[in-house]
Design a protein around this ligand. Structure first.
Ligand SMILES: NC(=O)c1ccc[n+]([C@@H]2O[C@H](COP(=O)([O-])OP(=O)(O)OC[C@H]3O[C@@H](n4cnc5c(N)ncnc54)[C@H](OP(=O)(O)O)[C@@H]3O)[C@@H](O)[C@H]2O)c1
Length: 176
């Protein structure tokens, strides 16, 4: 099992999200996640969004420093373009990219770049937030993602143990 989480966004109001990549905030967010999860190390910590108001070197430098301290295992990026991935790779090893990809949002140029770079690509919202979640559509949606390459690892979410079982069996079949 690998525990992954994200830091670097705030919710100023219900249904509103904004990037917040100030080094002090990123550090506090990692520490808060460690406390909440009761862990010494986050296996994979994504920068949720690159904050355009803060130098990228400072944002990744903070996560890198926490990696050196043993508090983060690997650093990932989320919702990024190929250009951002290339730029970020100059500051830090990018261990995973988490971007939206599903049967509705079908195109992301970062998918191919990740394949070329050997970076795991993690499609978020793989069931289009539940719109693709019913019966065969769920299997079709996950199989479509899995056949895009061995570097692709979708992260469907559920709060329902029966759905979890369905997801696991569909995903296991997709890998065979
Ligand atoms: N990086 C980012 O900016 C970003 C943005 C959005 C999401 N994410 C991440 O992506 C992951 C998944 O995203 P998501 O939750 O938005 O969307 P999703 O995985 O596409 O869809 C989840 C929805 O599908 C339903 N579902 C799952 N399996 C089902 C089944 N077998 N039958 C019927 N319904 C089923 C779930 O309801 P039940 O609970 O009832 O099963 C839930 O409402 C999460 O880890 C999330 O943190 C990341």
């Amino acid at each position: 099992m690998l525990i992954a989480t994200k830091v670097g966004m705030v919710r100023p109001a219900p249904n509103m999200w904004a990037p917040h990549g100030h080094p002090v905030y990123l550090r506090a967010s990692v520490e808060a996640s460690l406390r909440r999860l009761d862990m010494d190390r986050l296996d994979l910590c994504y920068l949720h969004r690159i904050d355009p108001e803060v130098p990228l070197a400072d944002q990744l430098g903070t996560l890198q420093a926490m990696q050196d301290e043993g508090k983060i295992g690997h650093i990932g990026l989320s919702k990024v373009t190929p250009e951002s991935i290339r730029l970020a790779s100059k500051y830090s090893r990018v261990a995973a990219v988490q971007n939206v990809l599903n049967l509705i949002d079908r195109y992301d140029p970062a998918l191919e770049l990740c394949r070329d770079l050997g970076v795991p690509y993690v499609p978020y919202r793989p069931l289009d937030a539940g719109n693709l979640a019913h019966e065969e559509r769920m299997a079709t949606a996950l199989h479509w993602l899995l056949q895009l390459g061995g570097h692709v690892a979708p992260i469907p979410s559920t709060s329902n143990p029966k759905h979890l079982h369905q997801i696991v069996s569909v995903t296991a079949n997709g890998w065979l």
